[in-house]
Design a protein around this ligand. Structure first.
Ligand code: GDP
Ligand code: MG
Length: 162
């Protein structure tokens, strides 16, 4: 079986946008409407000559009570099934309590993690990305999933973990 790379993170951080960029199609549902992405959608993917299964997570509703717990729950299932994890954080928002909760479950899982600081659309957001060092997951990769900035470096690092 192919190795599995899971993309996890809070709603609206840009997971599906990043997944679309990796698979090179506009197939993963990008949410402008709450609750659009189904839970754990898998795609066959290739990056840097490596074939793998890419898992997008979502499906929980935004801004509902208990949202943080549901994010963690879905992430936990995806992470358990994964060989490596891309953890996406919105650099323009910074680390939230939900992000910290995901960090804890990633630590417990012992899976290798690449930390992606998304929505770094230009140099002005670089400093926001650097602040995510505080999550304790190593070097944050500054990325704009929307424009493609930095995504290559982050994905090179991710597939090396598979
Ligand atoms: P998900 O809920 O984590 O899967 O997030 P989505 O991929 O659905 O994206 C949520 C919103 O953030 C959409 O409006 C995207 O267009 C936007 N978005 C995603 N990536 C970026 C980015 O790199 N920069 C900016 N400015 N917006 C982004
Ligand atoms: Mg999504």
């Amino acid at each position: 079986p192919l190795p599995v790379l899971a993309v996890v993170g809070r709603p609206n951080v840009g997971k599906s946008t990043l997944v679309n960029r990796i698979i090179g199609r506009r197939e993963a549902v990008v949410e402008d409407v709450p609750g659009v992405t189904r839970d754990r959608v898998s795609y066959p993917a290739t990056w840097a000559g490596r074939d793998f299964t890419l898992v997008d997570t979502g499906g929980w509703e935004k801004n509902v009570e208990g949202m943080a717990a549901r994010v963690a729950e879905q992430a936990e299932i995806a992470v358990e099934l994964a060989d490596a994890v891309v953890f996406v954080v919105d650099a323009t928002v910074g680390a939230t309590a939900t992000d910290e909760q995901v960090v804890r479950l990633l630590r417990r899982s012992k899976r290798p993690v690449v930390l992606v600081a998304n929505k770094v659309d230009g140099p002005r957001q670089e400093a926001d990305a650097t602040e995510l060092w505080s999550l304790g997951l190593g070097e944050p990769y500054p990325v704009s999933a929307l424009h493609g900035r930095g995504t290559g470096d982050a994905l090179d690092a991710a597939v090396k973990l598979l």
